[in-house]
Write a protein of this length. Structure first.
Length: 54
């Protein structure tokens, strides 16, 4: 994920299906950890995009 961030990615999701967590990486450098999320939103990067998780 660090390489993506260094190349200008504004929003990244690192999904771990084993422990059902998602790390959300934002351009600001903030990293948020979500436990058992139902859906991920594209926020201001992809405003009409949503990813439902099983």
């Amino acid at each position: 994920m660090q390489e993506y961030r260094e190349n200008g990615v504004r929003l990244g999701w690192l999904i771990n299906p084993q422990d059902q967590t998602v790390k959300v990486y934002r351009r600001t450098g903030e990293v948020e950890v979500l436990s058992f999320p139902i859906e991920l939103a594209g926020e201001d990067v992809l405003p009409d995009f949503g990813l439902r998780l099983p």
